[in-house]
Design a protein around this ligand. Structure first.
Ligand code: ACO
Length: 326
C-alpha cells in the first residue's frame, strides 16, 4: 500500500482590529505609573505593535475567522473536515474545549474536536498530532488552529511581560496526500522547567485560586529557548535525512527577534530566510506560527514547492519542530 502523508491544503489567519503601537501602550502604562519606552521594547524584542481583542471577544471567535479563511483557501467545506484541533492557553471556558466551540461556530458536528495545551508550542503539537492521525488513515482532513487572547493573562502592572504579547489566530487545513507534505516532526517537553514561564492560577469553588497572570523569568526563558530551538531544528532535519541547506523559510515562534536571529545564525541561515511578524503581532503564543505562515503565503514570500521549518517553544517548558515541503 502507498504511504500516506499530510500536506497543507490551505491557511488562514485573523487579527482583532484594535492595533496598539508601542507608543499607545507606553501612554496607557504611564497612566498607571508604569514606566517603559518604545526604544526599550524595540531594542529588546523587535516588537512595534500588537493587536488586542475587545473584552467580550473570545479565542473561539478569533479562531473561527482564521479557520474560515483556511477552509476557503483549501477549497474545502467545514463538513469535509474529520478532525478539529485548537491550540490555545486562553480557552473561552474551562470546558467545553475551544475546538468544540469553533466546531459549533462553523455549523458542523460529528468530527473529533479537542484542544491542545502546549502554550506557544501548541500549534506545532497540533500539527504533529494531526499529521500522525492522517498518516495512520484515521482521518483524511484536519483543521489545526492556534487561537489566543493572551491579553487576558497579562498583568499590566508588570512591564517585563505586558509589553510582549498580543491576540490573534491562525489555521491550516491538512489533507491526506501520496506525497509529503509534512516530512518530519519532533516534540519535546520538560516539566521540570514549568516555573520559568507560567500563569499559576486556577478555578476552585467558583473563585480564582492563585494568580492567573503571566509570570516569566525572561533571562531563563531566553537561554533555554535559544538552546532547544537549535537542538530541535537539527533533530528534525536529521529525522528527515536532510541538512539546513534545504530550508527555504524558517518560521520560528514569534516571541522575540533576538531569539529568532540567534536560531537562524546557529543554522547558518541568513536573516532574509526567516519569516518575521513579531514586529506587528507581538507574541501571540499558539497563534504566532500559523499567523506568520499565512501572512507569508498571502504576501507571496512562501511559494509552493519550497521547504519550511516551523519551530515552537513555550511554557511547560515545551518545544518542537515540523519540516514541511510546501
Ligand atoms: N521597559 C523598560 N525597562 C524594562 C522593561 C520594560 N518593558 N522590562 C524590563 N525592564 C528593565 C528591567 O527592570 C531591568 O532593569 P534593571 O537592569 O534596572 O534591573 C532591565 O530592563 C533589563 O531587564 P532584563 O529582564 O534583564 O532584560 P533582557 O535584556 O533579558 O530582556 C526580555 C527582557 C525581553 C523579556 C528577554 O529576557 C526575553 O526576550 N526573554 C525571552 C522572553 C520570551 O521570548 N518569552 C516568550 C517565549 S515563550 C512564550 O512565548 C510564552
Amino acid at each position: 500500500m502507498a504511504n500516506i502523508y499530510s500536506r497543507i491544503a490551505g491557511t488562514g489567519s485573523y487579527l482583532p482590529p484594535n492595533r496598539l503601537t508601542n507608543q499607545d501602550l507606553v501612554r496607557q502604562l504611564a497612566e498607571r505609573g508604569i514606566e517603559t519606552s518604545n526604544q526599550w521594547i524595540v531594542e529588546r524584542t523587535g516588537i512595534h505593535a500588537r493587536h488586542f481583542a475587545a473584552p467580550e471577544v473570545t479565542a473561539s471567535e478569533l479562531g473561527v475567522q482564521a479557520a474560515l479563511k483556511a477552509l476557503e483557501a483549501a477549497g474545502v467545506p467545514a463538513s469535509d473536515i474529520d478532525l478539529i484541533i485548537c491550540a490555545t492557553s486562553t480557552p473561552d471556558m474551562v470546558f467545553p474545549s475551544t475546538a468544540c466551540l469553533i466546531q459549533q461556530k462553523l455549523g458542523v458536528g460529528g468530527q473529533a474536536a479537542f484542544d491542545v495545551q502546549a502554550v506557544c508550542s501548541g500549534f506545532i503539537y497540533g500539527v504533529a498530532v494531526a499529521d500522525a492521525m492522517i498518516r495512520t488513515g484515521a482521518v483524511r482532513r484536519a483543521l489545526v488552529i492556534g487561537a489566543e487572547v493572551f491579553s487576558r493573562l497579562l498583568d499590566f502592572n508588570d512591564r517585563t511581560t505586558c509589553v510582549l504579547f498580543g491576540d490573534g489566530a491562525g489555521a491550516v487545513v491538512l489533507e491526506a496526500s501520496d506525497q509529503p507534505g509534512i516530512v518530519a516532526s519532533c516534540l519535546h517537553a520538560d516539566g521540570r522547567q514549568s516555573g520559568i514561564l507560567c500563569a499559576p492560577g486556577t478555578v476552585s469553588g467558583g473563585s480564582v485560586l492563585g494568580d492567573p497572570t503571566v509570570k516569566m523569568d525572561g533571562r531563563g526563558v531566553f537561554k533555554l529557548a535559544v538552546t532547544v530551538l537549535e537542538q530541535v531544528a537539527c533533530e528534525v532535519l536529521q529525522v528527515a535525512g536532510r541538512d539546513a541547506s534545504c530550508i527555504d523559510w524558517l518560521i520560528p515562534h514569534q516571541a522575540n527577534l533576538r531569539i529568532m536571529h540567534s536560531t537562524a545564525r546557529k543554522l547558518n541561515l541568513s536573516d532574509d530566510k526567516m519569516i518575521v511578524t513579531v514586529g506587528e503581532h507581538g507574541n501571540t503564543s499558539a497563534a504566532s506560527i500559523p499567523l506568520a505562515l499565512d501572512h507569508a503565503i498571502r504576501n507571496g514570500q512562501i511559494q509552493r514547492g519550497q521547504t519550511l521549518l516551523l519551530e515552537g517553544v513555550g511554557g511547560g517548558f515545551t518545544w518542537g519542530a515540523v519540516l514541511v515541503d510546501y
